[in-house]
Design a protein around this ligand. Structure first.
Ligand code: ACO
Length: 323
């Protein structure tokens, strides 16, 4: 049976770090409030010349180097993003060009913070369906460019960055027999649109718009939605929370992460947390966290890794991968 196996990982962050203390000079807030309510201590903010496509391409190069593969062996690029460089063409096609790839195909995936989980599930289907053999799955965002920097309820929460994985079709022989993407479950429900959205777009206002969020409302739904979809992934794969080596959640808020892990019975030592360093980087948060934990040797070949996310739409989902 063909499986989509992880061959490499990479990350890219803007040069500029913005601490909570710096935010105290921009809006009425405090380091203490931000840390206590979210766990965020700093975030990275894109500067001149740094865009979703440039960060995504840098993360992709790092993933290719980690995999020991050349760019021209890639036949599909999926970029999960809600902050594309242009309305069109897709950021993934821009990244394809930046990598010097002129064959195969590339497209964007828009599911806000669940984008990377959606992209992983989609890449897996393309691989198992025989349409692609080597896929770059990228999450790249520059949310700083859609924030209302006068709104303290949102501007303290988000950051910029990109992460990438190389997935490859594997026949599943020998030592690879049980590796790869094992199960995925995706959900969406547009009834929640007003709780988290951008108040602009080409067809509604002709502007880019700013992120608007009813934080308390999002929080109220998050843990239930996340744990339900994870239970569905466990059921689909015949696994339980006891089998999980690492939970790599979307990094929105430390309290949501802790409450979800607790409800599932996954010990805190098995949860990868990078929200303190990166803030909420939307579709980039999971691949950034994966690159962090695989890079420092926590996630190892053969580990069972649970990815989960919830975001604007609402969208939510979970993917189970044997690393
Ligand atoms: N600094 C200081 N005070 C603040 C700030 C701030 N940055 N922001 C809000 N406050 C104040 C509020 O005005 C409010 O004051 P009041 O009591 O006088 O009215 C008080 O702090 C409490 O505000 P709440 O919104 O009730 O605070 P809460 O504990 O809910 O924390 C937070 C807010 C962090 C946004 C939380 O609700 C949350 O994390 N929600 C989930 C958000 C999330 O995960 N979003 C991402 C989803 S993924 C995606 O798709 C993008």
């Amino acid at each position: 049976m063909i499986r989509s196996v992880v061959r490499g990982f990479g990350a890219a962050l803007p040069k500029r770090v913005m601490t909570n203390r710096e935010l105290e000079n921009i809006v009425e807030t405090s380091d203490e409030w931000i840390v206590q309510r979210t766990g965020i201590r700093q975030r990275y903010v894109a500067g001149e010349g740094e865009t979703t496509a440039s960060l995504g391409a840098d993360a992709a190069r790092a993933a290719l180097e980690n995999a020991g593969m050349s760019a021209d062996s890639i036949d599909l690029i999926i970029c999960a993003t809600s902050t594309p460089d242009n309305t069109f063409p897709a950021t993934a096609v821009d990244i394809q060009n930046r990598l010097g790839i002129h064959h195969g195909f590339a497209f964007d995936m828009q599911a806000v913070c669940s984008g990377f989980v959606y992209a992983m599930a989609t890449a897996d289907l393309y691989i198992r369906g025989g349409l692609a053999k080597r896929v770059l799955v990228i999450g790249a965002e520059t949310f700083s460019r859609i924030l209302d920097w006068k709104d303290r309820t949102t501007c303290v929460l988000f950051g910029d960055g990109a992460g990438a994985l190389v997935l490859e079709a594997d026949e599943g022989n020998g030592t690879n027999a049980d590796r790869g993407v094992l199960a995925a479950q995706l959900r969406s429900d547009g009834v929640h649109k007003e709780k988290l959205y951008v108040d602009g777009g080409p067809s509604s206002t002709g502007t880019v718009g700013h992120l608007r969020m009813e934080g308390r409302e999002v929080f109220k739904h998050a843990v239930g939605m996340i744990t339900d979809v994870i239970e569905a992934v466990f059921e689909a794969s015949g696994t339980t929370s006891d089998d999980i080596d690492w939970m790599v959640p979307h990094q929105a808020n430390r309290r949501i992460i802790d409450a979800s892990a607790k409800k599932l019975g996954i010990p805190v030592e098995k949860v990868v947390v990078t929200v303190d360093l990166h803030g909420n980087t939307s579709a980039a948060s999971i691949p950034l966290a994966l690159a962090t934990a695989a890079g420092d040797g926590r996630i190892k070949k053969g580990d069972l890794v649970l990815l989960e996310a919830m975001g604007g739409g609402f969208t939510w989902g979970a993917v189970l991968v044997r690393w």
